[in-house]
Design a protein around this ligand. Sequence first.
Ligand SMILES: C[S@@+](CC[C@H](N)C(=O)[O-])C[C@H]1O[C@@H](n2cnc3c(N)ncnc32)[C@H](O)[C@@H]1O
Length: 232
Amino acid sequence: MAADRAELVRSMFTRIARRYDLMNALMSFGRHQAWRRAAARATIAAPDGLALDLATGTADLALAILELVPHRRVIGADFSEGMLREARRKLAGRPAALVALLAADALALPFADASFVCVTSAFLLRNLTDLDQGLREMRRVTQPGGRVVTLEITRPTLPVFSLVFGLYFHRLVPALGAAVAGDRQAYRYLPDSVERFVTPDELVARMRGAGLRSASYQRLGLGTIAVHTAIA
Ligand SMILES: C[S@@+](CC[C@H](N)C(=O)[O-])C[C@H]1O[C@@H](n2cnc3c(N)ncnc32)[C@H](O)[C@@H]1O
């Protein structure tokens, strides 16, 4: 059952990979890179060493980390070959070996314990079939004292704005997905997955449950985005 859901998620991202960046720019009114930069800033406190950007997709967060700390070595891992293909295309025009890409499942990472000084993920967690296992894996591969940083879409709480956002997200975004990416279903899944996902406070509790310390978050994008930071 969980394996079927994971396969649906994987094939969906492979399907939309070519239009993924364009859709992000349109849906976020150009704000999506600023949110990734905020997540990247949260990794600055990590010591020198190897970083992992989990579910790297088209590698935008990995690149945001490198923009801030150019000497950082970054591995970008994702389980969708289609997304990794787009990441390779993007990285091809840049200096070699900036980001090493590899295929990996966030629920069973092919890395030894404490391999990284920081582990990040943007827009991954609500896609996981087992959130707690994903968080445990992030903690396991981060060295003690290293940083775990996650970026996710959240349901806004401002009364009038949350109504407007709900209409936008559930009505307009699927229509945009159909027109631009040719995939209404994927852009219906997006708001539905946000609806099902835990609140930012609950995510703090789940991070603690996974053994992470000092978990906290900041909201961005009028409360539609949360950046969580914790210490392994
Ligand atoms: C919404 S995209 C985010 C991509 C990128 N982090 C960004 O900032 O745009 C979600 C990504 O998570 C990946 N993903 C979902 N579940 C995964 C899993 N179990 N293991 C590895 N990657 C996963 C998908 O393939 C997809 O590339």
